[in-house]
Write a protein that binds this ligand. Sequence first.
Ligand code: 5GP
Ligand code: ZN
Length: 114
Amino acid sequence: MDNCIFCKIIAGDIPSDRVYEDEDMIIIRDINPQAPVHLLLIPKEHYADITCLNAERAATLGRCLNKLQDIVGNIPQLKDGFRLINNKGEFAGQTVGHMHVHILGGTAMGEGLL
Ligand code: 5GP
Ligand code: ZN
C-alpha cells in the first residue's frame, strides 16, 4: 500500500530493527519504545485494523500469535511476562493504519491496564 510506513518497512524501503521475519509477518522494535522491550508484530498483508479481519487474515494472525511463544522465548527480558496491545481507531490512539500488535515487557507493568 502506497504511503503506509509499515508496508515500506516490510519492503525494506525504511530501515527497522527486525527481531523476526517469516512469510506472514515481521516483528520489529518500536522506534519510540514505551517499555524496556517494545516490539511490533506486523502482518505482511496491509489492512487497516483488527475490524478488517476475514477468515484468511484471522488464520494468518492466529499463526503469528502461535509463533510468539517461541519468539518471545528467545528474549530473556520477556521471560517473566509481556503484554499485547492492539489499537483500533482514534480513541485507542492508533496512529499507523496497518494492523499491528504491540508486545510490551521487560518491566513489571502492574495489574492496571490504563
Ligand atoms: P499505534 O499508535 O498505531 O498503535 O502504534 C504505532 C507504533 O508505531 C507507535 O508505537 C510508533 O512508535 C511506531 N512507529 C511509527 N513509525 C515507526 C517507524 O518508522 N519505525 C518503527 N520501528 N516504529 C514506528
Ligand atoms: Zn501497510
